[in-house]
Write a protein of this length. Structure first.
Length: 202
């Protein structure tokens, strides 16, 4: 009787020992990280040889900088229908103590893909600048036409991530008080940010 009990206990322990590792390893497959861009797994800070590939690439770029003498917070979304041209929607918020300005533009970005980490580009666009007076001034928001133009430089950390530095001029069309006709005001815009690229399709 005692021998049968001991044999049964040993058999149960062997069965439990063989099942436990399987249970311990099962969650590992569930917790494995999934890469947004699978080909970047293990790539590190490397870029592929040859010209940068912009065709059908979507770009998301937050940034900070200056518009005139004030701070600027920028957000840009772009899509490249071909290797040398991108259509971009840009939004810039310029908060100050007395008023706030919102600059939103639709831009064309032109570049020649180069086989280096450094990629220059030119940009131009049209949009609107809306100025919101502060609480101390009882006035309605004012919206004016704006044209932007400039250029920038991207430095690629890897195929899908780059640092960006840019300078643009924003020319706003308005009217001077007490005068007829259209007056223009040009503001310098400097921004620095990071660009995340994601290819749509193969």
């Amino acid at each position: 009787m005692i021998r049968r009990t001991l044999i049964g206990a040993v058999a149960c322990s062997l069965l439990l020992g063989s099942v436990s590792p399987a249970r311990a390893q099962a969650p590992a497959a569930d917790t494995e990280l999934q890469w947004l861009v699978p080909e970047m797994k293990g790539a590190g800070l490397r870029v592929s040889p040859g010209p940068r590939q912009f065709l059908r690439a979507f770009a998301f770029s937050p940034g900070i900088g200056r518009l005139g003498d004030e701070d600027l917070f920028a957000l840009r979304l772009a899509y490249n229908p071909n290797p040398w041209l991108a259509w971009e929607v840009a939004l810039g918020h310029n908060p100050t103590s007395s008023l706030q300005a919102l600059l939103h533009t639709f831009n064309a970005v032109v570049r020649k893909p180069l086989p280096w980490r450094v990629q220059p580009y030119l940009t131009a666009g049209y949009g609107m600048m809306t100025v919101y007076p502060g609480r101390a001034i009882e006035a309605d928001p004012v919206t004016k036409n704006a044209v932007t133009y400039g250029g920038g430089l991207e430095i690629y950390l890897r195929n899908d991530v780059a640092l960006r530095g840019e300078m643009r001029a924003a020319t706003v069309f308005g009217q001077e008080a007490g005068r007829e006709g259209t007056a223009t005001y040009t503001y310098r815009e400097y921004t620095a940010g990071i660009v995340f690229y994601r290819k749509l399709g193969s």
